[in-house]
Write a protein that binds this ligand. Sequence first.
Ligand SMILES: NC(=O)c1ccc[n+]([C@@H]2O[C@H](COP(=O)([O-])OP(=O)(O)OC[C@H]3O[C@@H](n4cnc5c(N)ncnc54)[C@H](O)[C@@H]3O)[C@@H](O)[C@H]2O)c1
Ligand SMILES: CC(C)[C@H](C(=O)O)[C@@H](O)C(=O)O
Ligand SMILES: [Mg+2]
Length: 356
Amino acid sequence: MNYNIAVIPGDGIGPEVVAETLKVLDKVGDKFNHKFNYTQVLAGGAAIDETGECLPSETVNICKNSDAVLLGAVGGPKWDALPGEQRPERALLGIRKALGLYANLRPAMVFDELADASPLKPEIIAGGLDIVVVRELTGGIYFGEKGHKDTPMGPAAYDVEEYSEGEVKRIAKVAFDMAMKRGKKVTSVDKANVLESSRLWRRVVAEVAADYPDVTLDNLYVDNASMQLVRNPKQFDVIVTSNMFGDILSDEASQITGSIGMLPSASLADGNFGMYEPVHGSAPDIAGTGQANPIATILSAAMMLRYTFGLMDEAASIENAVHKFLKNGYRTADLCGDAKESVTTIKAGDLIAAEI
Ligand SMILES: NC(=O)c1ccc[n+]([C@@H]2O[C@H](COP(=O)([O-])OP(=O)(O)OC[C@H]3O[C@@H](n4cnc5c(N)ncnc54)[C@H](O)[C@@H]3O)[C@@H](O)[C@H]2O)c1
Ligand SMILES: CC(C)[C@H](C(=O)O)[C@@H](O)C(=O)O
Ligand SMILES: [Mg+2]
């Protein structure tokens, strides 16, 4: 089969980790007799430099007309002084909105091979950990009204958190459907003791839960949830939460796994369409040094094969290759202390591709 993938390498380590991912995808194509066609498009800082805008309409059109999108990361200090609406990060928000990608799945797993890279005590992660954060991605404070005004305390700025019942219902359904295929537990994370939007969130999630009698629903406030995630992560199966809480909790969850360089994500629309990207950013501090871990992006490509293309064996072949790479003792710099030897981004890509 032929699959058309729009590829947004982006900024910083984005192009580095994407290059290794395409290497792995090509290997999967050879092995299973598929052709993955890539159309590279601009977004973020690279697009600003080239075209003057962070999200050219051509990029959105090509993404819309592709079977799926693969993205590295956008942003970096070079563009930090730009006004909010012109920053590279706005490209990401714009593309998520334009493509209707409201469901962001962020699985956090402790690989057995990496148990020593987790900062948690061995007894806390014994037997492995497998959590998925289901983050609402096109609503909430990221997309509410924003602005500036004068106040007695001086000029002020505001961002409004707003959720409709429909937005909460559809993301809750994604979380419960996912829990049905996993550990049958959903933890909804909100701040319903303070925020009206969270009170609506909690009510609607409970209504959706009524249709899933086999799934247990827990509600946690976000402050408690962020503590529980490191204190007793085994209590979690599926975490469903708002755009901003999901952003924060997924970075926190990444540390349980050893490194943010390990965390993939899928951003899904209704139907099978999706954009696939690592949870991490453009890591300007290590860009160009060969220290970037490409595994998060490579595992994102596996999610693409599974969720959008329905290629289960092909997805598993990527995940198995990553396991073998780790089992063979290879580590990128983020996964090993100074004392151990690490492999570069390119070497990691070569070794993982060779395991396909
Ligand atoms: N999806 C995205 O495009 C995305 C996500 C997050 C941040 N950003 C942007 O990226 C820029 C940098 O943000 P930040 O520094 O807060 O977060 P970051 O995720 O880029 O980096 C945080 C830390 O993790 C390390 N790290 C991240 N990915 C890694 C990898 N694959 N391998 C090894 N180490 C890795 C970095 O070196 C850094 O020390 C900002 O402009 C931010 O807005 C973009
Ligand atoms: C760069 C930023 C806009 C983005 C977000 O907050 O969604 C990032 O942190 C992420 O996690 O994908
Ligand atoms: Mg983030």
